[in-house]
Design a protein around this ligand. Sequence first.
Ligand code: ADP
Ligand code: MG
Length: 729
Amino acid sequence: MSSVRFKAIGEVLNRKFLEVKLPSVKTSEYFGINVFDSRKMQEYLSGEAYKKVLEAIEKGIRIDRKIANQVATGMKAWAIDRGATHYTHWFHPLNGTTAEKHDAFFEPADNGGVVENFQGELLVQQEPDASSFPSGGLRNTFEARGYTAWDPSSPAFVFDNTLCIPTIFVSYTGEALDYKTPLIKSLNYIDKAAVDVCQYFDKEIAKVDVMLGWEQEYFLVDNALFNARPDLYLTGRTLLGHASAKDQQLSDHYFGSISDRVKNFMCEFEVEAYKLGIPIKTRHNEVAPNQFECAPMYEEANLAVDHNQMLMTLMDKVARKHDFRVLFHEKPFKGINGSGKHNNWSLQSNNGKNLLSPGRTPKNNLQFLTFLINTIKAVHDYADILRASIAIAGNEHRLGAHEAPPAIMSVFIGSQLTSMLDQLEKRVPDKKMTPDEKTELKLDIGKIPEILLDNTDRNRTSPFAFTGNRFEFRAVGSSANVASPMITLNTVVANQLVEFKQEVDAIIDKGVKKDEAIFQVLKRYIGESKKIRFEGNGYSDDWIKEAEKRGLSNISDVPEALQAFISDQTKDVFAKTQVLTARELEARYDIRLEIYVKKVQIEARVLGDLVLNHIIPTVIKYQNILLENVKGIKTLYPQNIFEHMAKSQLNTISEISERIEIIKDLSDELIEARKKANKIEDIRKKATEYSKKVVPFLEKIRYHVDKLELIVDDELWPFPKYRELLFTR
Ligand code: ADP
Ligand code: MG
């Protein structure tokens, strides 16, 4: 009997569920208790320091050393009151995780004891030895250090007895080595670009924030089963495993009632999230068995990104306490749904208006249409870089498979808005408008709010959908740092808004009235970006054909998709907006390729080990049992009866031999392919070699192993099967 697997199953069946003690007070009484927010700043900082920090947050004004010292002292006092013993700069390096190096608050004192110390310079800047973080060649090897610098716009928090200070991470020569630096730049740029455009409609708008609400999907697997699957704990996904007879066919998991064990886990991480100020609002079962989703109330994008990174860390930690493991991989199980992270994105002005929400007057609706159409135009013009921003190894398996958007970028806006845009395109004349034409148009766009209320035909198959008052970027992977798609989206939309403003102003300069100039430019954009709009079923094969006819790219290969990072068009738009330099883009491209190669390399090695050290020995054992059986029959029965009785066993014996041989051959070829790829120095060529020559073997080998799983004695099979991973609670 396969001891590891059955011991794990036994453990699961005997599990005592961890009961959670929920706080007895209302959520509002502990929400944000571990965050150094403005209320706590007011309490712990001098009036002057408080004012300066607010200025830094709101206007980006630098904080001087004296004030930094005051802030550090106040922050430390608060953190120690919250039980913190250590502090860390908390940042988002480009490997997609968060990084922290904890230092104790205390320092040796003159009298031989220790004192709690934390000075302004430690708050503002640190120099972690960063040589092990990916830099894509931006740091010379002799200058391994980068430095981290405080981002006052995202509040410090206490997690696990450690004061975490959100920071940016840059090289000594000033290049960004993280996600936060370009994210903040993109947010500043779109703020300015959107405010400029808003002046056409509302002179009171002085600031525009990007709002982000992410929906985090994930799987839960019992810890014991997880540990019995080396592929899961080493690569985050199953490299082997035949489909379970029942998985998601009946859709009986979606929105179903949540089991007590899972609910305990959810309640506990939600309470911890609330303490960190993360406003989790919804939780539900997803389509696949043991798949779930949670989503917060949307927030300012920089904060929302931090909160998502914090939440993933938190969920992982709380899951272990409940003997679960949380899987953020985009496709942990073959043949059933993968996990994504929808990014709900909108623009909000300082007077609290959502610029993507239709208003009550034609003027407001013209503003709405302006932002709607400019976003569509930006997605149309920069589809490839948007696609690249979400290209990671895990997402490659998800996109285009089971209920996930394809690798083709398209925009869904619903039938009513579609006909609205079609009308505009038809009705706005190329010549000067007559008063009648103007009135009619205004009447038309005045109807938008009514229309949208009826607009319930939400299309879930689109990678980029307008859902009433926001765009939902659905192709983002569940493990991703959402800063990546946000940086790209903000940048291309901001750039588009700047161009729009220039075009409209040029027409106004020729003596055309403002509204008419806006209509003219929007009309042209509608026509120019038409081919990116698609209202049909994005999961269908017809769409793939149709998209090809329209000339839209459909790149499912990661290294190929990533090439958009260094196209001239990308370099231009990022240089114009000053979000990333060409050198930084090149570095990001190389880093992504390197991560991709390493992931595939690890998967290939793990699969090799599993097959040679676990699967083949197991099937040989089973084959020996069959051989014994056949020999026994042979000694007892005459030939004609033997042939009849041993037929099925003999078939299985030869099927096993055949498959072992194929698996062995494929494994040898895989090793050769890897060796060849590893010899290539140039990371760009190497990644392509890995994707084209190594990756295909993973599926080919798996196919035969999964067939063997179906014929080998269940008691011998070494790894927990899909039915156990997906259904054991
Ligand atoms: P659904 O699954 O139907 O898309 P959810 O409730 O799961 O809806 O998630 C919707 C997400 O969109 C939430 O995070 C929510 O806060 C966010 N959201 C709602 N309105 C906006 C908006 N105007 N801007 C950005 N995000 C928004
Ligand atoms: Mg959604």
